[in-house]
Write a protein that binds this ligand. Structure first.
Ligand SMILES: NC(=O)c1ccc[n+]([C@@H]2O[C@H](COP(=O)([O-])OP(=O)(O)OC[C@H]3O[C@@H](n4cnc5c(N)ncnc54)[C@H](OP(=O)(O)O)[C@@H]3O)[C@@H](O)[C@H]2O)c1
Length: 338
């Protein structure tokens, strides 16, 4: 029996700011044989998500921090290379919560089998037809509750979640305004995705003034992907009974002791509802969300960008691109099959 060797990127220490290779070094370890009911996947795609940065810390979170010494947790798609599960055969492709590693050993019951023959690019199950698409779908429709004619403001609007939020909001008959960090991203939002207005937040100067110009009737739904000063400025532009869907605060993830918002009185002044959520809250409705997202993609109503970077050894520098905005849509590492 051949022993497979596993390249893993593991959490050696908790980062204070942006993680570096001393926090997340590599090691090569043997892959244990699958125990009763377990499966070994050879990973093909590894999802890079801002949330992973939160799990590297030890602040209270919606799931346990990554334990020191463990490989960095991530969603993965892989091909079964060894199986002791009656439900999986060698060659099957499946998705699971795995790690930044070449092989993932996992109980078969933790796997979600994917139908390769369906012809859907596998990487989309990590993006528009997976966690980020579902986050946009449930976060906007259930938490943001947009109505036709509402103005919907989205931050990180050209990203994996934000770009889907904006397009779904357009389908609801809303006026959609996106904030993004480059002219190229802003152009894509306006020209290809049909956003009504855009703000390049790295060029606009005063955020509040820019939002007021782009949203002359105020903001009814703010879908917040970034937190920080943009969140604070958006609070000043909310209409009566506005809804704020707090999806993520990426501007704070690498900033220890980031200052909190100062304009919270607006929640009283405008009777605003602010609700945080995670996509996990909607697990029992994933089939509904995936079916609807797939229908829109097939009908050409929902466009998406994904950026696929080859090579497990590029994983840490590629992950950091989520925080400088150089990623173009859903960011995924691919490990090519020999
Ligand atoms: N609640 C949930 O269940 C859930 C699930 C998935 C994701 N999320 C959250 O959703 C947000 C977007 O995630 P994603 O996976 O779709 O990533 P993404 O938007 O594809 O990539 C991250 C983007 O954030 C922007 N960004 C980075 N640093 C920023 C800063 N300091 N200020 C403003 N914008 C900044 C960059 O775009 P620019 O070029 O425009 O700056 C970057 O491209 C994150 O906050 C994430 O944690 C939440």
């Amino acid at each position: 029996m051949t022993t497979l060797m596993n390249r893993q990127y593991y959490l050696a220490s908790r980062p204070a700011g942006a993680p570096d290779s001393s926090n997340v070094p590599a090691r090569d370890v043997p892959v244990p044989e699958p125990a009763d009911g377990e499966v070994v996947l050879k990973n093909l795609y590894i999802s890079l998500d801002p949330a992973i940065r939160g799990w590297m810390g030890d602040d209270p979170n919606y799931i346990e921090p990554i334990a020191l010494g463990d490989a960095v947790r991530s969603s993965v798609i892989g091909r079964v290379v060894k199986s002791d599960s009656p439900d999986f055969a060698e060659g099957d492709v499946a998705m699971t919560v795995g790690a930044w590693e070449a092989y993932t050993r996992v109980p078969g019951v933790m796997l979600n089998k994917l139908d390769e023959a369906a012809g859907i690019p596998l990487s989309t199950y990590l993006g528009v037809l997976g966690p980020t698409g579902l986050t946009a779908y449930f976060g906007l429709l259930d938490v943001g509750r947009p109505k036709a004619g509402d103005t919907v403001l989205v931050s990180a609007a050209a990203g994996a979640v934000g770009s889907v939020v904006g397009q779904i909001a357009k389908m609801q008959g809303c006026r959609v305004v996106g904030m993004a960090g480059t002219d190229d991203k802003c152009r894509w939002l306006e020209e290809d995705l049909g956003f009504d207005a855009v703000i390049n937040y790295k060029q606009c100067g005063d955020y509040e003034a820019a939002i007021r110009v782009a949203c002359p009737k105020g903001v009814d739904v703010y879908f917040d992907n970034v937190g920080g000063e943009i969140f604070d400025a958006a609070l000043l532009c909310l209409n009566k009974f506005a809804r704020v869907a707090v999806c993520g605060w990426i501007s704070t993830y690498n900033v220890p002791d980031a200052p909190g918002p100062t304009n919270l009185w607006q929640l009283v002044a405008e009777s605003v509802t602010v609700q945080g959520f995670t996509v996990i809250d909607y697990m029992d409705r994933f089939p509904e969300g995936i079916a609807q997202l797939a229908e829109w993609v097939v009908a050409g109503k929902l466009q998406f960008r994904e950026e696929i970077v080859d090579g497990l050894d590029n994983i840490l520098p590629t992950f950091l691109r989520l925080f400088d905005g150089s990623n173009q849509g859903k960011l995924v590492i691919r490990i090519p099959e020999e």
